[in-house]
Design a binder for this molecule. Structure first.
Ligand code: ADP
Ligand code: MG
Length: 309
């Protein structure tokens, strides 16, 4: 990581989803109306934004989480996850009832398949007026996802006004305002499913091209097939970064880690192709361990992995 010579408090300000995942291991997926013994339960941190920040933090980036947490057990769990990674969060609690997203994930031992039940009943979606311009201005980059587009659009506008690059992960474009977030992103990285839904194109090159606009980078990820991307303003050729071959244990959070590692590489001055390659390596290493955050590597591990390729 290049030292932060900007005088800013943070390298990366993250605004978006934090989640608490309760993994429940069962011998087989239950049939309706039957009893099944639980073999194990674990609580883990998750969520697009929080996981991207954990990845960036392990790679040496000073991060701030700008979402709202409240006064309750789930919020405290999320604070502990962030604190353990050296990530700052808002000290004030304007919405005491606010909770992170909460998922119960049934892990079927027979097949390894995961079934996710989630709730967002108590998640507080910040409004434009809630956005802390002072903190965004004091950061070198902004990370956003599709959560709370009203507040997110405002955050992106502030960042752009101050020349702060916006890195965006969008998995769902149903809510009004998400398309404006997409338009404001300087570095848009989305999974293929959403890219197809947004563009209606069907071959990968047309999909990336249709999404690209004049932004610094538009990338579409497709799991074990890797990532296709365009560098805006440089050339209009779609490039492909294949995924790295690893012994895959669990791909939960690969996309989130990819985003956090991409941001970390950008912040240390990497050119876009190198940042995409670095992100692919970090995501592949993560996939070799169970859970969304446990296997996220540090910078030395990613660099060694890349040297060995
Ligand atoms: N099975 C895998 N093996 C190696 N790398 C992977 C694998 N799955 C995902 N990745 C890496 O993570 C990136 C994002 O994964 P993807 O599944 O497309 O996103 P999401 O998790 O958001 O759905 C991929 O482009 C690839 O670099
Ligand atoms: Mg994703």
């Amino acid at each position: 990581m290049t030292p932060n010579v900007s005088g800013k408090a943070y390298d990366l300000f993250g605004f978006g989803i934090a989640a608490v995942d309760d993994l429940i291991e069962v011998p087989r997926f239950p049939h309706a109306g039957t009893k099944v013994e639980i073999l194990g339960r674990r609580r883990q941190g998750g969520g697009l934004c929080a996981t991207a920040l954990v990845a960036a933090a392990r790679l040496g980036v000073k991060c701030m989480y700008g979402g709202f947490l409240g006064c309750n057990e789930l919020s405290d769990f999320t604070r502990t996850v962030l604190r353990n990674e050296g990530i700052d969060f808002l000290e004030e609690v304007p919405y005491p009832d606010a909770e992170p997203f909460h998922s119960v994930i049934l892990v079927d031992h027979a097949t390894g398949e995961r079934t996710i039940l989630y709730s967002r009943e108590k998640v507080v979606a910040p409004w434009a007026r809630d956005i802390r311009a002072d903190l965004i201005k004091n950061s070198r980059a902004l990370f956003v996802d599709h959560f709370a587009p009203d507040g997110t659009v405002q955050a992106c506008k502030i960042a752009r006004r101050f020349g702060i690059p916006v890195v965006a992960d969008i998995e769902n474009a149903n809510e009004a305002g998400v398309r404006e977030v997409i338009a404001l992103a300087d570095h848009l990285i989305v999974p293929i499913r959403l890219a197809i839904e947004l563009t209606g194109a069907n071959d990968i090159e047309s999909v990336v091209f249709a999404l690209s606009q004049q932004r610094a980078c538009t990338a579409v990820t497709d799991g074990a097939r890797g990532c296709w991307y365009i560098e805006g303003g440089k050339d209009v050729r779609v490039k492909h970064q294949p995924a790295f071959t690893v012994e895959v244990v669990d791909t939960t959070g690969c996309g989130d880690v990819f985003h956090g590692a991409y941001a970390a590489a950008l912040l240390s001055g990497s050119a876009i192709p190198a940042a995409i390659r670095f992100a692919g390596a970090a995501a592949a290493i993560k996939a070799t361990q169970p859970g969304g955050q446990q296997g996220i590597p540090d910078r030395a591990t990613v660099e060694m992995f890349l040297r060995d390729q």
